[in-house]
Write a protein that binds this ligand. Structure first.
Ligand code: FAD
Ligand code: MLT
Ligand code: ZN
Length: 478
């Protein structure tokens, strides 16, 4: 049976694009190296027709499929399980731009297009594609849609879902749903597009998408501010909304320990206001990175930014601040922020969270949950940072200093997750605001979603993928 399936797959995509031997770790291992599975084969189709034929061949053989884009996901959702019975379907060869419609402000691209390429193509045409995240050099638009990725511009432009106007999808039966309309208004029944966005490959395979474009702003300025507390960071966010209006395109918060990890592991980077002296004096517990996009001029943008920071100083919610003088400085500041994930990898395996809480309640959440974790698991180190403008925190937990991280995680991860997720629930939040559920959190979902929501989700899964062939065991338990 396996030999017959492999022959069929080779006939569809060509011998060179059905990988079964050699080092397949790039497809079989997740980005954080938490899990290593084994694939029956890695199949790399080049067109929607080929994807449909692969799905039909796998269905006929009773084999399930794990769709994969850039494999940068953080919840072990894009790699095969250990059975050796799953086919990884990589979209990376499907990276063409199918159309740009300047009047409609849309671009239609294939699912395997790397996010950074999409940003660059849009910019060359004079447009902004505003989705931006640390993995943009290797994640794909299909993966971004399937995880409904957030990133650093959500405060102004929304999540990937809000940027999507249409999809083309290969269903679990191998049919093609062509929904690349590019319409901004369409009330003809259930929203199929929004079912596939955020489905993490469990309902079908996204093969192409029509995405929104925006005019390029005339200027983008970046500022970095030290704030005395999380309460002050939230106050600064309110001031920024009022002063900059739609010009506020980024508002990131970073805890001192998260930044000190960047300084420790990447000493070539300059981290403003995070010094040994500040740490000894317990100053600068938090820093904030703000971005102001302006359609008029640099002068206009700068004067609005300066006014905001002036008011913030007077109100006591900022203790120090710098505005980047030029693009190089702005990029360096963003680079510090984007380096936290890698600095955490260097420091050792950790428990990652991507929770959301109403912005107004974040200070209280952090205070009480920090205290709870310190009491229950003495010595844990909190690596807190994230997209405060969206109420989304990476509330990450690093093993105590000097403790073996792998052993610590094996013993404590479940306990830590329960403590944090119970707190999130008590604050009316979500246990996953960005990275999704994957196979890391699917067993937790039944405890934190209502029975009715779960029943509806299972009904949708059962209707669209009755044989459970699309990324089984992800999002919902198999
Ligand atoms: P993959 O990892 O390949 O897949 C992710 C999921 O989508 C899997 O379940 C997979 O089966 C499914 N999938 C992939 N392609 C398709 C398709 N065409 N059709 C159907 N299903 C598909 N995430 C954020 O939200 N915000 C951030 O700021 C952010 N920053 C990151 C920074 C770093 C350094 C890293 C490593 C990751 C970050 N992520 C972030 C997580 C990750 O980059 C995103 O989830 C991204 O959207 C995944 O894209 P991908 O192409 O790598 O998808
Ligand atoms: C980020 O905001 O940097 C990402 O979501 C990645 C992470 O959580 O480490
Ligand atoms: Zn994030």
């Amino acid at each position: 049976m396996t030999a017959a399936l492999l022959d069929s797959l080779r006939a569809i995509v060509g011998d060179a694009h059905v990988l079964t031997d050699g080092d397949l770790s790039a497809w079989e291992q997740d980005w954080r190296k938490r899990e290593r599975g084994r694939a029956l084969a890695v199949v790399r189709p080049a067109s929607t027709e080929q994807v449909a034929a692969v799905v039909k061949a796998c269905a006929a053989a009773g084999v399930s499929i794990v769709p994969q884009g850039g494999n940068t996901g953080l919840v072990c959702g894009s790699t095969p399980d250990a059975s050796g019975r799953q086919v990884v379907l990589s979209t990376r060869r499907m990276n063409a731009v199918r159309a740009i419609d300047p009047a409609n402000l849309t671009i239609t691209v294939e699912a395997g297009c790397v996010l950074q390429s999409l940003q660059e193509i849009a910019e060359k045409e004079g447009f902004l594609f505003p989705l931006s995240l640390g993995a943009e050099g290797s994640c794909t638009i299909g993966g971004n849609l399937s995880t409904n990725a957030g990133g650093t511009q959500v405060v102004r432009y929304g999540n990937t879902r809000e940027l999507c106007l249409g999809l083309e999808v290969v269903t679990a039966e191998g049919e093609v749903w062509s929904g690349l309309t590019g319409l901004r208004k369409d009330n003809t029944g259930y929203d199929l597009r929004d079912l596939f966005v955020g489905a993490e490959g469990t309902l079908g395979i996204i093969t192409a998408a029509t995405m929104k474009l925006y005019p390029l702003p005339a200027v983008q300025l970046t500022a970095w501010a030290a704030v005395p507390s999380m309460e002050h960071a939230v106050e600064l966010l309110g001031l920024a909304h009022r002063t900059l209006g739609a010009g506020l395109t980024g508002f990131e918060v970073m805890g001192r320990f998260a930044l000190s990890l960047v300084a420790k592991h990447f000493p070539q980077q300059r981290v403003p206001f995070v010094t040994a002296a500040a740490e000894a004096a317990d100053e600068t517990p938090w820093c904030v990175l703000l971005e102001n996009s302006d359609d008029e001029s640099e002068e206009h943008a700068r004067s609005r930014f300066e006014k905001l920071l002036e008011v913030a100083f007077e109100a006591g919610c900022v203790s120090d601040a710098v505005i980047a003088e030029n693009l190089t400085q702005a990029r360096a500041l963003w680079h510090v922020r984007e380096s936290i994930t890698l600095a955490q990898v260097e420091e050792g395996l950790n428990v990652k969270h991507d929770i959301s809480i109403p912005v107004s309640r974040i200070p209280e959440f952090v205070r009480t949950t920090d205290a709870l974790l310190a009491e229950k698991i003495p010595g844990v180190r909190m690596v807190d940072f994230g997209h405060l403008g969206d109420g989304n925190l990476h509330y990450n937990v690093q093993a105590p200093e000097g403790v073996d991280a792998k052993a610590f995680l094996a013993a404590q991860e479940e306990h830590i997750n329960t403590l944090v997720f119970d707190a999130v629930k008590a604050f009316d939040g979500s246990i996953s605001a960005e990275h999704g559920v994957g196979s890391l959190k699917q067993h937790k979902l039944p405890h934190y979603k209502s029975p009715v929501a779960l029943k509806l989700m299972r009904a949708i899964k059962g209707a669209l993928d009755p044989e459970n062939r699309m990324n089984p065991g992800r999002v919902l338990e198999a």
